[in-house]
Design a protein around this ligand. Structure first.
Ligand SMILES: [Zn+2]
Ligand SMILES: [Zn+2]
Length: 182
């Protein structure tokens, strides 16, 4: 284990609350992505965006190692529930997608770190170069547009409104919300 791997793991485990397979693989996947983009210190190069394909442990590790977060708009969550993430250069829109390819799981009660350390990155992940069409409204920086929903009168930023029956609506009003009023 390199010094950097050890430090990344410690930081991610503190952020997440424990060390688990998702944290171990997330830390490794984060470094694979950063290395592909030629970034050694993610605090010094902020010109990249990470798309995580799962809302589980792995994404906490990626956030911890890269410093990318939802609030900074440099961490995007895709609800695919796959152990995968894409690292994209904001300027070229090119990057790499890494997905867990290993079929095995750490055996019940095993030392997960020792288990995963047996395998190289190439054995655990599959990599593919990709390009991502990042819409301007999804980029970091000031909101590019803001409107008010004609039904609930709540403010909507960043082009997330929809047109329905000639009205500007928020998605909640247009498509039905995730909550019901009680
Ligand atoms: Zn976990
Ligand atoms: Zn609305």
């Amino acid at each position: 284990m390199t010094e950097q791997y050890r430090a990344d793991l410690k930081k991610a485990a503190e952020f997440h609350g424990h060390t688990c397979t998702g944290i171990i693989l997330g830390v490794r996947l984060a470094r694979v992505g950063l290395n592909y983009l030629g970034i050694d210190d993610p605090a010094k190069n902020r010109d990249f965006i990470v798309y995580c394909e799962i809302d589980r442990c792995l994404t906490d590790a990626v956030q911890s190692v890269t410093g990318c977060s939802l609030g900074k708009r440099r961490l995007k969550a895709k609800e695919y529930s796959k152990m995968a993430a894409t690292f994209v250069d904001m300027n070229t829109k090119n990057g790499t997608r890494s997905v867990m390819s290993a079929k095995e799981n750490a055996p019940e009660g095993a030392d997960e770190l020792a288990f995963w350390n047996q395998f190289t990155d190439e054995e655990v992940f599959r990599f593919e170069p990709v390009t991502v069409d990042i819409p301007p409204e999804d980029m970091p920086g000031r909101p590019i547009r803001s409107v008010v929903c004609e039904m609930c009168h709540e403010k909507i930023m960043d082009n997330k409104d929809v047109q329905k029956d000639g009205k500007i609506l928020c998605r909640s009003c247009a498509e039905g919300g995730y909550y019901q009023k009680i």
